[in-house]
Write a protein that binds this ligand. Structure first.
Ligand code: TIU
Length: 237
């Protein structure tokens, strides 16, 4: 097994083990990133998230070239909202609530245009898409079983938003024993302070939740890995 190291990671070097590493791309959905969706309905400036797209597209391309498992998640709910707790539906006095009509269809409802992943980062054949009702990608999903079946022990964590779904998922993963490297320019927040402090919180205290490095450090480390064969579809693993 040949490995590669992200030397510039904080709090220290992170060794990538290709067969055991997956890239997880959290909630890069139109409803969070484009005007007219859930993010904006909560009063946020969605432009803040757009800058994540170019480096994340490059990182996904590097992971695909290395034959790494790529997993996408989408936050959202059944059309009848049976999986959306009233506490979530009513939270934050949004101008439009989950399930209300938005510019891209009903907000955060599975099957609607706004619920899906932006065109630039669309999943390709063989990649896993996890639909999740919560902020964390492990809650009420098959993610842990998929990772176990695929022999994954390390996650490169990306997506939006840094302090909400990225943090929740990283914390859930950390508690389940996964080593997480959060890629700093491939995660985004509507709030610059939360972006900065959110990243600091991951790697403080000797890496209490994981490691942090930017894509300029991670992409060359991925490119230095030997190319693995195309990962088999998860159903065949
Ligand atoms: N509001 C906010 O910052 N985020 C979310 O509601 N979901 C995700 O982070 N995906």
């Amino acid at each position: 097994m040949t490995t590669s190291t992200v030397d510039a990671a904080v709090p220290g070097p992170f060794t990538l083990i290709p067969e055991k590493t997956a890239l997880i791309v959290i909630d890069m959905q139109r409803d969070f990133i484009l005007p007219g969706g859930f993010g904006e309905s909560l009063g946020n400036d969605v432009d803040m998230l757009l800058k994540v797209v170019p480096p994340l597209a490059d990182l996904i391309a590097a992971a695909r070239s290395a034959g790494m498992l790529v997993i996408h998640t989408r936050e959202g709910h059944e059309p009848d909202l049976s999986d959306c707790p009233p506490a979530k539906l009513n939270r934050g006095a949004p101008s439009r609530r989950i399930g209300d009509p938005g510019k891209f269809g009903r907000i955060l409802i599975r099957g609607e245009y706004g619920h899906d992943i932006i065109d630039e980062l669309a999943p390709i054949e063989g990649e896993v898409v996890i639909d999740k009702p919560g902020k964390g990608a492990f809650y009420a999903t098959d993610l842990q079983q998929i990772l176990t079946d695929a022999g994954i022990t390390q996650l490169l964590v990306t997506g939006v938003t840094t302090e909400v779904c990225v943090h929740t998922t990283t914390r859930e993963a950390n508690d389940r024993g996964y080593e997480c490297l959060v890629v700093s320019d491939c995660v985004g927040s509507y709030f610059p302070d939360f972006q900065r402090v959110g990243l600091e919180m991951i790697c403080a205290q000797g890496g209490i939740f994981g490691w942090v490095a930017d894509s300029a450090a991670v992409i060359p480390a991925i490119a230095a890995l030997p190319v693995s064969p195309e990962p088999a579809p998860v159903s065949q693993r």
